[in-house]
Design a protein around this ligand. Structure first.
Ligand SMILES: [Zn+2]
Length: 185
């Protein structure tokens, strides 16, 4: 019983500190509280309705300018599970939605990538970035105003004109983002 009370106390304290985020909290405690809280934040967001509209994640590009590349055939019999949004190298890539950064990575296929978990259990995938936004890290809360990185052609896009590969994943698999795209302003 006493142990249970201590655990409950720690959970409440972490929750309180995470919610209030006081200025005196040292950085190590802030980051510990934030990593403990992330799974709870993701669960709360997953319980919400999925976004009906996604802001075009590339600066200066309108939804009508995105040329449909959903399910285009790719080498090895693969289908293209996303949309390619072309723009000049270095154009800012914004989050299409509110959410939390769940991965800041690098792979042979996607090059420099970011995954954002959003409402309704969806995951948003941003690939072929020229660079990540400085200081972007797992656990960061993002909105459609947050820069995740910059358009490039890293990974298997090397040799193609710079573009963002934008993918949307649900528990049932990838869905086409194009019908959901809305202009940023
Ligand atoms: Zn692509």
């Amino acid at each position: 019983m006493r142990k249970l009370l201590i655990v409950a106390g720690v959970v409440l304290l972490v929750g309180y500190l995470t919610a209030t985020n006081p200025a005196w909290l040292p950085d190590w405690a802030r980051s510990a509280a934030s990593s403990v809280a992330l799974p709870f934040r993701l669960a709360a967001l997953a319980a919400k309705e999925a976004d009906a509209e996604l802001r075009v994640p590339v600066g200066g590009v309108r939804a009508a300018q995105v040329k449909d590349s959903w399910h285009a055939s790719r080498p090895g019999g693969r289908l293209h599970e996303g949309q390619d949004i072309f723009a000049r190298r270095g154009t800012p890539v914004y989050s299409a939605t509110e959410g939390y950064v769940v991965r800041v990575g690098e792979s042979g296929l996607g090059g420099l990538t970011v995954f954002v978990a959003g409402a309704g259990g969806r995951w948003y995938y941003y690939a072929h970035l020229d660079s990540h936004a400085p200081d972007l890290k797992v656990g960061d809360h993002v909105t459609p105003d947050t820069v995740l990185g910059y358009v490039g052609n890293t990974g298997n896009a090397a040799g193609t004109p710079p573009h963002l590969h934008f993918g949307v994943y649900t528990a049932a698999g990838a869905i086409d983002p194009l019908p959901l795209l809305a202009d940023r302003e």
